[in-house]
Every structure is written in structure tokens, then in C-alpha cells.
Write a protein that binds this ligand. Structure first.
Ligand SMILES: O=C[C@H](O)COP(=O)(O)O
Length: 250
């Protein structure tokens, strides 16, 4: 980690976890003290577990977040959940614009921007995800794609307190593949430039996470790349020992 920004290791449990997963989360809480000196820790379980996890984590070194929200605070939106509801449960952050939601639900940059604004309305931090597909990378469009997503998805008024950007190459998610450190450095440098162009000095303080097949074995190398201020971890965040080992690599 070359930057002065305190790293954030965020776990995205995606559509995984039942009440029986509680023990794994308790193991994370039990082991978090050792790594919390190095990094902030956040776990985003499925919506069904946010309340129970937040209750359990109160006063601990692990914060709890959610994985998506509706742009509105309340209303006739069957099956949807608002940022205010997650705040009520004790969440401090919400992931928006994950590529799985962009792909599975056709979410656009404009909608993701509205969701990020909804997260702010509730007083929480938005973790906005961007990243290119394999085809886009092979076509040399990675920076164009990320630039367009950043421009469209980030609301005006982004600060280090209300925004985290997560760069997740779609082809690296859940595949065991990762970009080279040089490729990660190039994209994170580009993102930093976009953030400072738009948000001036504040853009230098906003955390930029890398996500996509982060594991204990590659975390230290990835976290050492310039402008990588932590990780958004999927599969490896389901296991306390792996999640904490990744944080220890900061
Ligand atoms: O949100 C997390 C990412 O999609 C990364 O998932 P992964 O660590 O399982 O590749």
C-alpha cells in the first residue's frame, strides 16, 4: 500500500448465506482485532442477514453493509428495499452498480447514480462498482468503458466519506483470473485522474478498491499497487480465515 489512505477490505457475500452462516461471521468478529489496525473491515451479507449481522457486530471492528437498494425511500415497489431500511438495520454502506446487477437486471449508469444518491440520502456510503468485460478489454476499450461508467454512475458531490469506487474487471470475478499488477495500476491511475479532475482535492482521498478473484495468496501483491486502497472480495469473504488473511495483506 503506497497511499496514505486507510485501506478498506469489503466482503460481498452476494446471494450466499443462511442463518447457519452466523458462526462464520462470528469468527470474523473474533479475529478482526488483529487486522483492524491495518484496514477497515466491512461485510455485506444478503439483505436477509444484514440486521442480525449488524446487531452482532455493534461495537466490533467489523462494519456491515448491503448489496443494493432501490432509489426511492419507500413506496409501492414490491420486493425492493431502500437505503433507509438498511440504515435502520445498522448498515453503514451499500454496494451499487455491481456488474452482476448491471448484467442480471439491466442496470444503467443513470440508475446506479440514482441509487448512489439514495445511499447518501440515508446518510450511508455508496460503493460504486465499475469494470470492463473480457471483450471490452481485448478491444482495448478498458479505460473508455471505466471512464463512461464513472462519469455516468458517480453523483456530483462525491467525497471520501460518502463514496468508495470499486474497480472490478468482469472477467476476473469468480474466475480465479486477475489482471497483472501493471494492468491494475494503469486502471487505478486512470480512475484517480478522473476523480481528481471532477472532485478536485477530494478525489485524491476517495478509496479505490480492486475486486475480482482476490485471495489470501494474491492480496498483498494487489494491495501494494499504487492507488489500490483496498479490495472488494466475493468468494473469499465467505470464509473468516480467508477474509482476515486478505486484510492482513494490506
Ligand atoms: O464483489 C465482489 C466481486 O464481484 C469479486 O468476486 P470474487 O472475489 O468472487 O471474484
Amino acid at each position: 500500500m503506497t497511499d496514505a489512505i486507510r485501506p478498506l477490505i469489503a466482503g460481498n457475500w452476494k446471494m450466499n448465506g443462511l442463518k447457519s452462516s452466523f458462526a462464520e461471521f462470528e469468527a470474523m468478529l473474533a479475529g478482526a482485532g488483529d487486522v483492524a489496525a491495518k484496514a477497515d473491515l466491512l461485510v455485506c451479507p444478503p439483505a436477509t442477514l444484514v440486521g442480525a449481522f449488524a446487531d452482532k457486530a455493534r461495537g466490533s471492528k467489523v462494519a456491515v453493509g448491503a448489496q443494493d437498494c432501490h432509489p426511492k425511500a419507500s413506496g409501492a415497489h414490491t420486493g425492493d428495499l431502500s437505503a433507509e431500511m438498511f440504515k435502520d438495520l445498522g448498515a453503514v454502506a451499500i454496494i451499487v452498480g455491481h456488474s452482476e446487477r448491471r448484467a442480471d437486471h439491466g442496470e444503467t449508469d443513470a440508475l446506479i447514480r440514482q441509487k448512489a444518491e439514495a445511499v447518501w440520502r440515508a446518510g450511508l456510503t455508496a460503493i460504486v462498482c465499475i469494470g470492463e468485460t473480457r471483450e471490452q478489454r481485448d478491444a482495448g476499450k478498458t479505460l473508455d468503458v471505466c471512464g463512461t461508467q464513472l462519469k455516468g454512475s458517480l453523483p456530483d458531490g462525491s467525497t471520501a466519506a460518502n463514496l468508495v469506487v470499486a474497480y472490478e474487471p468482469v472477467w476476473a470475478i469468480g474466475t480465479g483470473l486477475t489482471p497483472t499488477a501493471k494492468d491494475v495500476e494503469e486502471v487505478h491511475r486512470f480512475i484517480r485522474g478522473q476523480l481528481t479532475d471532477r472532485f478536485k482535492a477530494e478525489g485524491n482521498k476517495i478509496r479505490i478498491l480492486y475486486g475480482g478473484s482476490v485471495k489470501p495468496s494474491n492480496a498483498a501483491e494487489l494491495m501494494a499497487v499504487a492507488n489500490v486502497n483496498g479490495a472488494l472480495v466475493g468468494g473469499a469473504s465467505l470464509k473468516a480465515s480467508d477474509f482476515l488473511a486478505i486484510a492482513a495483506g494490506c
